[in-house]
Design a protein around this ligand. Structure first.
Ligand SMILES: CC(C)(COP(=O)(O)OP(=O)(O)OC[C@H]1O[C@@H](n2cnc3c(N)ncnc32)[C@H](O)[C@@H]1OP(=O)(O)O)[C@@H](O)C(=O)NCCC(=O)NCCS
Length: 369
């Protein structure tokens, strides 16, 4: 038997009531909620809200799941929704989902509701909860991490899109015996405003950077360093920009745009790929558009990223690889303190089935003192 009320930090989870109808209609017609919750009727009417309150939500509870209204404990106003469904009793597993109304976002409502219902679900017998997010839904991924869920993998083409087509979903999972508290992140957020030395600024790559990234990654000298050495199709660059925030949260790569502070224009890209967290090693990748080269901007950007990697992320060794004939990036790395370690023969796939060598550079924190 479900409890009538679950108290959370600044939120109360309770069954839906008739008084929630207007707020349900307003929230379920909100563009963000519609974008990330594909199954909602369109438009969402008062009749839909009443059906939810009187039939669907009670049915979820009757089926062993839960569907709670997330409310303000003082005013009782509806702030959002949280529930557990898709139960697999044999595995003592369920799936948690939520939304928060536009008037209640950005103040911890989803995190508090998810924590509270997760705790309740584990206390009443489940041992494994899944939380599935769209790749682009960074806010929801932050909620997952804050509520102690860990990144587990990608469910390919798991979501049906409203306009047709399918998209991947990222799976986050929390087990009943996982440690309490938020999931630690390998790559923390940048400070507000990004990293800057007053001349160059580094900010996270996002969906608006597709043109820049496409120009950059289709340049012949950048293509030569790609694996395989072929220009990427535009959809691939578009996807890389859309999932950049997610990759950062998951801890695989911090993708950054190099900005010239004086003009505010973006001139290139830098990436910190945390390729071996177990040994504290990360890889640096860098490229600038031709019109921004030769001004020392990339060297400044590399220095900023190096300071952040060693000082904030806790990386113990940075490395980078270049084709031997590609001398410009080698000069940038040397100016930033990297040391040449040697050549890895036939390291990367080259054109037409060949293999190409790579010059390896590395930097340790002690090299900078
Ligand atoms: C995702 C959603 C539920 C978050 O609700 P919320 O109450 O604002 O979430 P919280 O305040 O608890 O936490 C939000 C976290 O996301 C961050 N965030 C908020 N808006 C963001 C945005 N537009 N982009 C990236 N991050 C964002 C906050 O900074 C916070 O992160 P932090 O804890 O690392 O600082 C809400 O945006 C929503 O309803 N979205 C539409 C429906 C949806 O996506 N549901 C989940 C489906 S998987």
């Amino acid at each position: 038997m479900e409890p009538r009320v679950i108290e959370g930090d600044g939120v109360r989870l309770r069954p839906y009531r008739d008084t929630d109808v207007a707020d349900l209609v307003a929230a379920c017609n909100d563009p963000l909620i519609r974008r990330f919750l594909g199954g909602l009727p369109s438009p969402y009417t008062e009749a839909d809200a009443r059906r939810w309150i009187t039939e669907s939500a009670p049915a979820a509870a009757a089926g062993g799941g839960t569907a709670y209204a997330v409310t303000d404990p003082d005013s009782d106003r509806l702030l959002g929704a949280v529930g557990v469904d898709r139960l697999v009793p044999m595995r003592r597993q369920g799936e948690i989902g939520y939304w928060v109304a536009p008037w209640a976002r950005g103040r911890g409502v989803a995190t508090a509701a998810t924590r509270a219902l997760t705790g309740h679900a584990f206390a009443t017998g489940l041992v494994r909860l899944e939380l599935l997010t769209e790749e682009e839904n960074a806010a929801s991924q932050r909620v997952a991490l804050a509520a102690g869920y860990r990144h587990e993998g990608v469910r390919r083409a798991a979501a049906a899109q409203r306009g047709g087509g399918r998209s991947d979903l990222i799976a986050w999972v929390r087990l009943a015996d996982d440690p309490p508290g938020p999931t630690p992140r390998l790559l923390p957020d940048l400070p507000p405003g990004g990293l800057t030395d007053g001349v160059v600024a580094l900010r996270p790559t996002g969906p608006d950077d597709v043109d820049l990234m496409y120009r950059l990654h289709t340049r012949p000298e950048v293509v030569a360093n790609r694996v395989p050495p072929e220009p990427p199709p535009r959809w691939e660059v578009d996807r890389r920009c859309r999932v950049a925030a997610s990759n950062w949260l998951v801890g695989t790569v911090a993708d950054l745009v190099v900005v010239d502070v004086a003009s505010g224009e973006a001139g290139g890209g830098l990436a910190l790929r945390y390729d071996e967290p177990r040994t504290g090693q990360a890889m640096l990748g860098a490229s600038m558009l031709p019109e921004w080269r030769g001004r020392g901007l990339l060297t400044r950007g590399v220095r900023l990223l190096v300071d952040w990697a060693f000082g904030t992320v806790g990386v113990a060794r940075l490395w980078a690889g270049c084709r031997p004939e590609n001398v410009a990036p080698q000069r940038v790395l040397e100016k930033a303190g990297f040391r040449r370690e040697g050549i890895q023969r036939g390291r990367l796939p080259g054109p037409d089935g060949t293999r190409v060598d790579s010059v390896i550079y590395a930097l340790l924190p002690g090299d900078l003192s």
